[in-house]
Design a protein around this ligand. Structure first.
Ligand code: AMP
Length: 208
């Protein structure tokens, strides 16, 4: 299955993607994770992206589109993929459609994880991630419950940056909901529940 995950930052896309990956062994293509890896490795891409990321702004389309198109050429995506955090602008959605058209691998669904913005602010400012395995937890996790690694707060999970990320989402990304509704790919899930309940709905909505 070829799936795009839509939803505001902090809606739970990464958590749901991790569950799908674990159960169905599909590759998880998270542009945020790819960019954070580039920042950590200090590559030219990482250096360019960091300024945008720290401010809660989007990395320019040309940079991110190239990155995703390259990733889609890799053979592990033949079985399907979960795109998380991409597309985030209309230009990215159009470029994705064009590339998947060329590859003759159209999208099967655009899954919207829908959560109220005020809930998101609380979630994101208390979110913590594992330095080792990327597990997404909360301030209550002293160490990673999955691998024992050290938990940290992402640079862009402070309240001012979170508010900006939500504004950017409303302006640039939320129009994609109508874009995918128009092509009859949109499936919407209430994300304001515990992750296992949300996941049960995700599977039902995708007929998995
Ligand atoms: P995320 O982990 O998806 O919340 O992404 C973290 C940050 O990476 C975002 O706030 C952006 O600065 C950048 N980013 C991730 N994906 C994209 C994308 N598709 N387009 C532009 N910027 C992105």
């Amino acid at each position: 299955m070829n799936i795009v995950l839509l939803g505001a930052p902090g809606a739970g896309k990464g958590t749901q993607a991790a569950k799908l990956v674990e159960e169905f062994k599909m590759p998880h293509i998270s542009t945020g994770d790819m960019l954070r890896a580039a920042v950590k490795a200090g590559t030219p891409l990482g250096k360019k992206a960091k300024t945008y990321m720290d401010a809660g702004e989007l990395v320019p389309d040309d940079v991110i589109i190239g990155l995703v198109i390259d990733r889609l050429q890799e053979p592990d995506t033949d079985v399907g993929f979960i795109l998380d955090g991409f597309p985030r602008t209309s230009a990215q959605a159009v470029a994705l459609d064009a590339e998947l058209g060329k590859l003759e691998r159209p999208l099967d669904a655009a899954l919207l994880v829908d959560v109220d913005p005020e809930v998101i602010i609380k979630r994101l400012t208390s979110r913590r991630m594992c330095k080792e395995c990327g597990y997404i937890g909360s301030v209550a996790d002293e160490s990673c419950p999955k691998c024992g690694g050290e938990m940290y707060q992402r640079d862009d999970d402070n309240e001012a940056t979170v508010r900006n990320r939500l504004e950017v989402y409303e302006k640039s990304t939320s129009p994609l909901i109508d874009y995918y509704r128009g092509s009859e790919l949109l499936v919407s899930i209430d994300g304001d529940r515990n992750p296992d309940e949300v996941y049960a709905d995700v599977k039902e909505a995708l007929s998995l």
